[in-house]
Design a protein around this ligand. Structure first.
Ligand code: NAD
Ligand code: TDX
Length: 354
């Protein structure tokens, strides 16, 4: 199978490529990683895989019709997994437009290019072909305590520019199935955590700020709830949906692991107090600071993942306790990776230095 992964230099995309290259069932597969390398795309995430004969990297935008078209034809692509996106809610609040350029227009162009290619395939190749769109639980909006978790039938109610742009991409994917018959599947997943996550998201930010002696900024009262899933469990679910999911359908993916943000930060501090204690002997919890809330901050996300469990036999392998241990160990043993991002790429972007 020849697989085109978009956004493969980001957090989940690089974990997905790693998951494939490390698994013998993909031995005959070719993986093409198309990534624009925005501030969030880091080729270092896959540096040790660059010599693999199964793996090719192309720096390009998903909206670049000519480049995508060439890749699809030359590599006879059978499966596209679309991870490419602007993905950080806070950035979407500061500057919404790039989110619609990539998440909406980019996905539209990728679908259009894919449709043209798909139409040229033989009928058996056409049947086997899949376009898997990776999306988020945030398209469903927010829950209150006691509300039932989101199912695949929950109406969309996005609240941030990020989730609005992802919701629009989900609608486009659906429309290309219903209008043109393009064989698509969509996954809507809850919050991921694990190795290679860019340190502007809650978990890596809290780990790195702790170690650097910086404040741990908690928005509002820290009582907002997210449903956390270890990234490798997400990758396994994506692969199952690509292989066995019903075309035109959506699959919710979640960790059944609801925690308040304050619980998460306490757990990180407790783990770091044990694994890498401060010189002063004080707990990292002393660095917690409650700061102004995120505008329009969704209160709670929770995923009902019975469909993927019952139809595709997927279940997460990591508990939050085992996943966070692995994640913290990974960051502690990859401080150079973190330093490079915080001192170079990330900082330069933030300061507007190209
Ligand atoms: P990320 O921000 O870490 O990575 C995104 C990648 O896409 C980067 O490598 C970036 O360079 C690339 N990219 C951005 N715009 C592009 C463009 N126009 N063309 C080509 N490449 C482009 O994001 P992530 O956390 O890995 O998320 C991946 C996908 O999963 C996104 O679609 C996101 O909406 C979805 N998702 C993320 C989470 C999560 O918790 N991180 C949860 C559910 C769903
Ligand atoms: O400094 C912080 N302090 C804080 O309290 C940051 C960065 C976050 N938070 C809170 C906001 C959220 O309630 O922590 C929670 C998690 O925040 P993020 O890591 O920014 O994630 P979230 O906004 O929940 O969105 C994530 O999950 C769904 C991903 O970034 C999305 O790409 C994915 O679709």
């Amino acid at each position: 199978m020849n697989i085109l992964v978009t956004g493969g230099c980001g957090f989940i995309g690089s974990n997905f490529i790693r998951f494939c290259l490390d698994d013998p069932q993909f031995k005959q597969s070719t993986l093409i990683n198309l990534d624009k390398l925005t501030y969030a795309g880091n080729p270092a995430n896959l540096a040790d895989k660059e010599t693999s004969e199964q793996y090719y990297f192309v720096q390009a935008d998903i909206a670049d019709i000519d480049t995508v078209s060439k890749i699809l034809t030359e590599h006879e692509i059978d499966l596209i997994i679309n991870f490419a996106a602007e993905s950080h809610v806070d950035r979407s609040i500061d500057s919404p437009e790039p989110f619609f350029q990539t998440n909406t227009i980019g996905t539209l162009r990728l679908l259009e290019t894919t449709l043209h290619y798909w139409k040229t395939l033989s009928s058996s190749k056409k049947d086997q072909f899949r376009f898997l769109h990776v999306s988020t639980d945030e398209v469903y909006g927010t829950l209150q305590k006691g509300d039932p978790p989101f199912t695949e039938k929950t109406p969309f109610a996005p609240n941030s520019p990020y989730s609005a742009s992802k919701a629009s991409s989900d609608h486009l994917v659906r429309a290309y199935f219903h209008t043109y018959g393009l064989p698509v599947v969509t996954t809507n997943c809850s919050n991921n955590y694990g190795p290679y996550q860019f340190p502007e998201k809650l978990i890596p930010l809290m780990i790195l700020n702790s170690l650097e002696g910086k404040p741990l900024p908690i928005y509002g009262d820290g009582q907002n709830i997210r449903d956390w899933l270890y990234v490798k469990d997400h990758c396994k679910a994506i692969w199952l949906v690509a292989k066995k999911g019903n075309i035109g359908e959506t699959y919710n993916i979640g960790g059944k692991c609801e925690r308040t943000n304050l619980q998460i930060v306490y757990m990180i501090c407790d783990t770091l107090d044990r694994k890498s204690p401060t010189e002063s002997g004080k707990s990292y919890k002393d660095q917690i600071q409650f700061v102004k809330d995120r505008p329009g901050h969704d209160f709670r996300y929770a995923i009902d993942c019975r469909k993927i469990k019952e139809t595709l036999d997927w279940t997460p392998e990591e508990t939050f306790e085992s996943g966070i241990e692995k994640t913290i160990d990974w960051y502690l043993s990859h401080l150079d990776w973190c330093k490079d991002i915080t001192e170079n790429n990330y900082q330069r972007q933030r300061l507007g230095i190209s």
